[in-house]
Each structure stands twice: as structure tokens, then as C-alpha cells.
Design a protein around this ligand. Structure first.
Ligand code: 13P
Length: 301
């Protein structure tokens, strides 16, 4: 393992590369990264990064976003099959059909979407800024794709808006049910429950806090609660435990493991750097349009 880490560090320096890792990555992958964070933070880093190569330890839409924001850089996705089933629930043709059905309504796309979907959208958002992004639009009616749970979360906070929702959902977050929350509260009455807004609306309503992975980690670090129950992917646990090693941090459901996020291993990061693989490319015309939606988001928040 030490040898592998040395190899990664050496190759990274030779190539003037940066490793960006999402909060859901394996602990050892997070440990070799230059920056670890949520989708919003990583997209800002990708836009500002001064390097020749970005190795994106995450899933395809994240690496695509980095490439769109830094077209002159080489962007590598160590595991080319690391995708996002939620992002795959909506295609560009679906967005075009929604626009025809609701003429004039702006489209907000969650960053968990393809470049082609972003290209047809007016503005992008992440779980850290969805409410602010939707609130920034003057229109009452807004098309929101693809996550219906996140859309419902925003709609609940912006009663003046009419959100037209798509039917996408994250299979990992969908595992948590209100019954899990009730059982957890009974077993740990002093616990705080922190969930991601990709969870079902009933789950979010019963939790003490909902936010992006970085918001959850921040909230946890500041909370005096002796027990924290977490409703998002297991990758966030080590950062939460590191902030207060003396307390109990538990998952709300044992199945909170995203198979795509866990595809990336140290070996895949090393091989990506060694063999310059797997390079992410985005059609230039699509990238130009998608960039407008992403940079508009970065201007709002
Ligand atoms: P974050 O916005 O917290 O990075 O969440 C991204 C994601 O894919 C959640 O499932």
C-alpha cells in the first residue's frame, strides 16, 4: 500500500496532476487526494485548478463537469464505468420534451446529469445550493431534473415556486425509509439524524438536518450530540468520525454504499496516472452550452 501511495504521489508530481475525490470515495482514495469534498466544492476547484491533469476519483458526471470547466486540461476518470444511475434517468430528449410541454419555464439540472442534459438547461445546481439556485430565477414555474426528491425538498422551501419534477431518484438514498428513522429514534433518543436531500421527502421531514455531504460533515463537526445517525453514503463516515473520535456515528441503513463510487481503488488511480487513462471528452458544442449552465450556478452561489 505504501509503495502504491508513493507511486501515485511521484507520478502526480511528474504529470503536474491534481487528484479530486468525492466524499463518497473509499477512505484510502480520499487520503491520496489533493481535494476532497462535495460536488459543489469539487466543481469550484475544477474551475480554478492550476495543473495539467485532473484525476477525478468520483463518477462520470463529476469528471465531465471538470472537463467542461477546464477544457484545456486532461481529465482522467480512473474507472470508466463509474456512472450515476440517477443521472442516467434523464436524457436530453426528455428535457427537450419537458421544454415543449412547459414553454418558457427555465430548466434547472442537478449536477448529477449528463453533459447533454446540462447543455439544454438554463442553470445547474448541486445539493449544496439548489434552494438558492431555484430562488435566483424570476420565474414561478421551473422545470427541475432529474432528482424528484431533491426537487420536492426545494419546493417545500420555496412555496412561491411551481416545480415541474422529473421522476429520477438515487437508489442508495431510497433505501432509507421513515421506519428506519422511527427505529433509530427509539434506540438512540439523544441522537441527531442527518440526511441528504436525495432521501425521500418523508425521511427528510423526520430528520434533524438535511444537506449536501459537505454540509452534513460540517454540521456533525459542530454538533454536541453523543450519537449521530447518518442518512447518506458510507464514504462520509470517516470524515465525521475524525472530527470527534469519542462519539458514536452510525448509518441509518446498512445498505448505504454506492457501488459506482466504490469502483475507484488506489490501483485505478495509479493506473490512470501511469497510462493516461481514461480520458474524459465532451463534444465542444455540448460543452460550450453546458458550461453556461454551470458557470451561471457558480455566479449565484
Ligand atoms: P453532494 O452534492 O453532497 O456531493 O452529493 C452528490 C451526490 O451524488 C449525492 O448522492
Amino acid at each position: 500500500m505504501d509503495e502504491l501511495i508513493r507511486e501515485i504521489r511521484k507520478r502526480k508530481q511528474d504529470r503536474n496532476a491534481l487528484i479530486l475525490a468525492h466524499n463518497y470515495q473509499r477512505d484510502e482514495v480520499q487520503a491520496v487526494a489533493d481535494h476532497v469534498g462535495d460536488s459543489f466544492y469539487l466543481s469550484k476547484i475544477a474551475a480554478q485548478a492550476e495543473c495539467d491533469t485532473i484525476v477525478f476519483a468520483g463518477v462520470r458526471f463529476m469528471a465531465e463537469t471538470a472537463k467542461i470547466l477546464s477544457p484545456a486540461k486532461t481529465v482522467l476518470l480512473p474507472e470508466p464505468d463509474a456512472g450515476c444511475p440517477l443521472a442516467d434517468t434523464v436524457a436530453a430528449a426528455d428535457v427537450a420534451a419537458l421544454k415543449r410541454l412547459h414553454p418558457g419555464a427555465p430548466v434547472v439540472c442537478y449536477i448529477n446529469s449528463s453533459a447533454a442534459v446540462k447543455a439544454l438547461s438554463d442553470i445547474c445546481c448541486t445539493s449544496a445550493n439548489t434552494v438558492k439556485v431555484v430562488a435566483s430565477l424570476p420565474d414561478a414555474k421551473v422545470i427541475f431534473v432529474p432528482d424528484a426528491n431533491l426537487g420536492a425538498y426545494v419546493a417545500g422551501r420555496l412555496p412561491g415556486k411551481e416545480l415541474v419534477l422529473w421522476k429520477g431518484a438515487c437508489a442508495t438514498h431510497a433505501k432509507i425509509t421513515p421506519r428506519d428513522i422511527l427505529a433509530a429514534r427509539e434506540k438512540h433518543p439523544a441522537a441527531k439524524i442527518l440526511v441528504h436531500p436525495e432521501c425521500a421527502p418523508a425521511v427528510v421531514k423526520m430528520a434533524d438536518f438535511a444537506g449536501s455531504t459537505a454540509d452534513i460533515i460540517r454540521y456533525a463537526a459542530a454538533s454536541p450530540a453523543p450519537v449521530l445517525l447518518i442518512g447518506t453514503e458510507a464514504g462520509v463516515l470517516s470524515a465525521i468520525k475524525a472530527s470527534r473520535p469519542d462519539r458514536q456515528v452510525l448509518l441509518l441503513h446498512p445498505g448505504l454504499v454506492c457501488p459506482d463510487m466504490k469502483k475507484t481503488r488506489l490501483e485505478s488511480v495509479r493506473d490512470a496516472l501511469l497510462h493516461d487513462r481514461h480520458q474524459v471528452s465532451v463534444d465542444a458544442a455540448v460543452a460550450d452550452k453546458a458550461r453556461q449552465a454551470i458557470t451561471r450556478m457558480l455566479g449565484v452561489v
